[in-house]
Design a protein around this ligand. Structure first.
Ligand code: DP6
Length: 404
């Protein structure tokens, strides 16, 4: 074992992105390993808008138990099986390196101090677990200088949260369901980098929910156990859609990409409705967003926008940059100043636009008020890169928490 000073604090810091699926992961065939019943595919969103920043550090001077601090609050790691599973897999890989090379410092035996912050408010109702677990796995892997590729590390991040395995890479990422019982072939891989189709934009309509939704882990268990439609979707619908959407991405065929995205969101929510008792993630505001997108597409005469909804009421609308005025311009005209969020790097080209891209008399009048009242803020973003290693450490050289 190499000697190490008690005072040394080893650190690595990374950012990680949020991803929003266009073919949804819903259902587990193994709840411990988080093995999915179907493949899924997502778009990694730009970290210029949304990102998690995580520092992983280890030192002999830390108290014996690993610690995790999230958005300024200490977390009880011992009660989070998922976090423990990720850390233990990463430690095992580090130990293998140390066993093979005795000159390496014995980091695997040191307590960890992990500190993580999101740059978006939790109140925005955005699932932060994907970015959070991806950042945790990437930061600890960097700290341990692990040679594994993002695809190999996706096997570990998946145990934190299924969707997290897709946030280790940028652009367009597929998570292959795999067949093996140990999950070793259930991995995420990049289908195309962000640079392949950089024009993809996402406008998130943040909808305030009256009640907290059924958490996705619990919701998918109910669906798996009770919905007949679910089996049909997993076996017959998704495999064809995966092939078709990968071709649409390869060809940068937005209308095809958009139709598959919308249909898959609808099928996923249909399986929720088909669960017993039924699960409703979309609400009246979500449905108004669906109507808006169809009205815009009809008014323009081609498919320029696609909606998708996760396990909550927020709408994510994908479009191409050239159609920004038609989509974001119209939404801005509908929401007016009541909704926050018309700012940031993706807003600049839109700042001067005052008229709606699509005349509001082409939109179902019921939609206008529902959206105006129900959307609290927007987030303008686009396709982006995977995790980035940075020097903005959240733990100081002496091992203390840094106030950002
Ligand atoms: C609707 O990844 O949050 O967003 O694996 O139980 O942590 P766990 O679930 P999670 O589920 C995400 C579900 C979804 C669809 C998707 O992102 O593919």
């Amino acid at each position: 074992m190499a000697s190490q000073s008690n005072e040394v604090v080893y650190r690595a810091t990374t950012t990680a992105p949020v991803n929003i699926a266009v073919i949804k992961y819903w259902g587990k065939r193994d709840t411990t390993l988080n093995l999915p019943t179907n493949s899924s595919l997502s778009v990694t969103l730009s970290q210029r808008s949304l990102r998690t920043l995580t520092t992983a550090s280890c030192s002999a001077k830390y108290p014996a138990d690993d610690t995790l601090n999230l958005n300024g609050k200490p977390q009880d790691i011992q009660s989070s099986k998922r976090t423990l599973a990720c850390i233990s897999s990463l430690r095992t890989l580090r130990k293998e390196l140390e066993n093979a090379d005795s000159s390496l410092p014995n980091l695997s035996s040191l307590p960890l101090r992990i500190v993580s912050e999101n740059n978006f408010p939790t109140a925005a109702g955005l699932a932060s677990s994907a970015a959070g677990f991806a950042a945790l796995v990437r930061a600890v892997a960097d700290l341990y200088q692990l040679p594994q590729s993002p695809t190999e590390l996706s096997r570990i991040a998946r145990q934190g949260s299924g969707s997290a395995c897709r946030s280790l890479q940028g652009g367009f990422v597929a998570w292959r369901t795999g067949e093996l019982a140990d999950g070793s072939d259930s991995l995420a891989e990049e289908v195309a980098p962000a640079s392949h189709w950089p024009e993809i934009r996402a406008l998130i309509l943040v909808v305030s929910a009256e009640k907290k939704d059924v958490p996705s882990t619990e919701g998918m268990q109910t669906t798996v156990a009770t919905s007949d439609l679910f089996d049909h979707r997993a076996k017959n619908v998704v495999p064809e859609r995966m092939t078709a959407i990968e071709a649409a991405i390869r060809d940068r065929d937005f209308p095809k990409f958009a139709e598959i995205t919308m249909r898959d969101s609808n099928t996923f929510h249909a399986t929720c409705l088909d669960s017993w008792p039924p699960i409703f993630y979309m609400n009246d505001v979500s449905r108004a967003a669906v109507r808006l997108v169809h009205d815009i597409n009809r008014a323009v005469g081609r498919t320029v926008a696609a909606y998708t909804f996760d396990a909550g009421p927020n709408a994510v609308i994908y479009y191409e940059e050239k159609d920004s005025e038609l989509i974001a311009g119209t939404v801005k005209a509908i929401l007016g100043a009541t909704a926050g969020g018309w700012e940031g790097p993706f807003y600049e080209p839109l700042a001067q636009i005052t008229a709606p891209g699509v005349s509001l008399d082409k939109i179902d009048p019921r939609v206008l008020d529902v959206l105006k009242d129900g959307v609290s803020r927007v987030i303008l973003t686009g396709v982006g890169e995977g995790p980035v290693s940075v020097e903005d450490h959240l733990v100081s050289e002496t091992g203390d928490l840094v106030n950002q």
